[in-house]
Design a binder for this molecule. Sequence first.
Ligand SMILES: Nc1ncnc2c1ncn2[C@@H]1O[C@H](COP(=O)(O)OP(=O)(O)O)[C@@H](O)[C@H]1O
Ligand SMILES: [Mg+2]
Length: 467
Amino acid sequence: MSSLLQRLKEQQRDLEQEEIQKPDSKIINKFRKDSSGKSKREATKAKSPKEEKYEQIKTRLQNELIKEIKDEDEEGIEKKIEEIASNVLKEETEIKPQEKQRMIRELIDEATGFGPLNDLLVDDDITEIMVNGPDQVYVEKKGKIELSDLKFRDDQHVMNIIEKIVAPLGRRIDESSPMVDARLPDGSRVNAIIPPLALNGPTITIRKFSSDPFTIDDLISFGTLTQEMATFLDACVKAKLNMFVSGGTGSGKTTTLNVLSSFIPSDERIITIEDAAELQLGQEHVVSLETRPPNLEGKGEITIRDLVRNSLRMRPERIVVGEVRGAEALDMLQAMNTGHDGSLGTGHANSPRDMISRLETMVLMAGIELPVRAIREQIAGALDVIVHQSRLRDGSRKITSITEVLGLEGDTIVLQEIFTFKQTGVDEEGKILGQLVPTGIKPHFYERLETSGIHIPSSIFIPGGEW
Ligand SMILES: Nc1ncnc2c1ncn2[C@@H]1O[C@H](COP(=O)(O)OP(=O)(O)O)[C@@H](O)[C@H]1O
Ligand SMILES: [Mg+2]
C-alpha cells in the first residue's frame, strides 16, 4: 500500500515537472531542430537564391519567436506567431506577400500540429496519406490514390514531423531504429521509415482513423456487398460460425471485420486483439487488447500470440483478432476447435484458397512439428467461412467471394463458394462493372443456422431469385 502511494506521488511529481518544462522547451526544440543539422542529401541539393532568402528570413523569424514565446497554449501560440511574424515581415521587401503568408502558415503548423500534414489530417475525404520524402505526398481520396501538391521543405522538415508524432509515445526514430509504428492522438495509424533504409528520404504512411466507422448499410451502398450477402453474413455471425476475412492490404478487411463484429449479440463478452486498436465495436461488453512493441533495449514485447493465449483465460465468448500473421494462427485455430465458436479474424491472402495455405504456413511458424495433415485437420475443423475482399482497379472494394470451408477430403481442404463477384466489363471511366451473385449452392451449415434459431430464406442462395 505504502509503496503504491509512493509510486503515485512520484508519478505526480514527474507529471508536474513535465508540465513545467513543457511550454517553451517544446516549442523551442521544434524551432531549433528546424534551423540545425541538415542531412547529407540536402546539403548537396542546390537551393535557388530565392529559396535561400526565404529560408534565411524564416530562420531569423524562428529565432525571434523562440525569444518571445514562453507559455502560451496552442491558440495563444498561433496569435503570437501571426503578430510577431507580421511585424518582422513588414520590413521585408524581398519576398512577396503570398510567400509571407505561406511562411506564417508554416511557422504556425510547425509550432502547433503536424506541419504541412495538418490540412490533410482534417480533410475527411482523405483516408490515407503517403509521404515519400519531402517532395512527394500522395493521398487516397474515395479509394483513389492521387499526388497532392503539398511539399516539405527538406528531409529535416519531414524528420521533425516524425519526431513530433513519436516522441509523446516514448519512441524514437534515428539511424539505430529507423522504422517506427505509432499512432496520432486521434487514433490514426502511422508508420515511418527513414534513410538509409528509405531511399526517397523520410517516408510516412498514415492510415487515417475514421471516428465514424462504416456500417453495413454503408458497405451495401458502396456496392461492397449486397443486401442478401449482408443477411447471410449476419446469420453466420449470430450462429457463431468461425470466420476469416481475407484480402490484400487496404482491401478493407478491418472495416469488414468491424462490420461483422457489429452483428455479435450485445449480451456476449467480446475480446478484441490487435496490433494497433482500429476496431470500434458498439457493444457494451467489449475488452480491447493491444500488442506492445519491444522497448529501446529490445525487451518487453507482447505479441498477438501472447494476447490470444491470455484471452483464453479471460472467459471470452467471442475472440476477434485484428490481423492474424504468424504463430497465433495455431492458438486461434485450437481455440476455435475447443469450444470458442464464433471467433473472427482477418488475414492477408489473394484468395480464400490462398488464405488456407497461408494459415498452414503460419501454424508452422509456431515451431511445433505438426504433420501437414494434422494442420489441415485443425484448419478444416476450425474454420467455417472465408469472406474474401478485394480492392479493384477502380479503387472500389468488393467482397468478391464468400466461401464455405467444408472439410478435409484426403489431404485436401474442400471449399465451396456461396457468393461470388461476376465481372461483366469496364465502363468508359474505368469503373468496373459486374454483379455480386449467389452461386446457387446452399451451404452445408444451413441446417446449423436453422437449429440455432436463425432463419434465412433459402432463396437467397438462388441466382436471380426473389426473396
Ligand atoms: N467497403 C469499402 N468501400 C470503400 N472504402 C473502404 C471500404 N472498406 C474500407 N475502405 C477504406 O479503405 C481503407 C483501408 O481499409 P481497411 O479496412 O483498414 O483495410 P485493410 O484492413 O484490408 O488493410 C480505409 O481508408 C477505409 O476507409
Ligand atoms: Mg487491416
